[in-house]
Design a binder for this molecule. Sequence first.
Ligand SMILES: [Zn+2]
Length: 498
Amino acid sequence: MKQQDTKQTAKPAEKVTFNIDKEKNFSEWFTEIIRAAELADLRNNIKGFLVFQPWSVLCMEAMYDYYERDLQKRGHKPHWFPALVPEKNLKQEAEHVEGFVPEVFWVTETGNKEKLEEKYALRPTSETVFYPMLAIWIRSYKDLPYRTYQRAQVWRYETKATRPFLRSREFYWIETHNAFATKEDAYQNVLGDMETAERVLHGIFGVPFIFFQRPQWDKFAGADDTFAADTIMPDGKIIQQPSTHMLGHHFAKAFNEKFTDESGKEQLVYNTTCGPCISRMFASVIAFHGDNRGLRFPFEIAPVQIIIVPIAAHKNKDVLKTAEKLRDDLFDEGYRVEIDSSDKMPGEKFFFWEMKGVPIRLELGPKELESKELILYRRDTEKKTKIKISNLIDEIEKNSEELSANLKKQADEKFKNIIRDANDRKELEKIVNDRGFARANFCSIGLEGAKCAETIEKEFSATVRGKHVGKEEQPFGNKKCIICGKPAKAVVYIGKQY
Ligand SMILES: [Zn+2]
């Protein structure tokens, strides 16, 4: 490709290159890409609170849309609830109090030192404000199932080291809160949550994961059962993605959520809740798809999907004019598209937008204009092809589909061989230290197994993630718990957590 143009009057601007071995130095890669691609500015002066910049916000907005659309299709209706939770609400369900109160930010007084009439928590999660309202709204079996959700920020005083997008004190998520007449209906909804995660997080965002049934000592505060998706970062550490919880009657009892059944009898509803965290999913999106040269995004959620780079525009006025017309046409078709008419050299522009992860680049110069053609560059294959301007929309459709499928395939490939069997402590240690999930016999994921899990935590700094959902796995080998040696009742997965 001819890109030297000695007549270009532009000052030689700073060359934007990015080259960090992601697999080897993931931590450095992650920190540097946040800065270079302007995902978040860490110079904000409240610890654990980030300033999200347009390049992450545009992507997360698209992620919210896909997730919410799927929830709405399943009958969830959006709500906006207040950010403040009265102390008495938060303290109504005993296990919930124990789990969340230590992390709460309290709001207690006004600017002129007046104590508020009661103490409020900045919501750490919203069960205790949704369920009192559901108790008012639900009267009879005809009102059920009742499915809600909100997109919201929540605040938790995280004491461990904070990390942008992965662990902070304010995060952006969706929370669903639902009520059902029967336990079966509630479990069906929990299953539905896992299917949503498969369709959206894996199907569209291209992030592979495994759903685990969490051990009893590690479930959501106030739940009967917790199911959570785990995926892995390039450094081999596990990160939890959406989780869904069977709350049983815990909150229905605490908030008097009752309905009249078909025979006129009063009954408690069954609640379920699900919490996909968009900012954390974003972390997985950039970690899975990025490469040594910067970000890569599935087309559907890319902050900018198409960048148009005019070449040698000063030589022919029609270059910029045509580029602008293409931009407008693509915009009207619903694409997120921009034009880079800055005075940087073309090569510099290419580096920059490749680092930012824009899936498709269109190059247009006097030569292309003459032959009514364009150069189309794809970020995933790093290949250029010549296309006819008249075929542009078809080409974008075809290439964007291929690109997203390709990124997903590459992510699945990375995820494929991370599970290995551990037959004894030595093997367990080796696997968890070598970027993987260890699959092992375990005495129990009931409370009686908690002691062995503590041993694993202490000796290997690893956690028992639970049982693989959708797989009935039988103990293998000597069929004894890898820690205490008692007969194993479960096969569990163990790994190092973020
Ligand atoms: Zn054991």
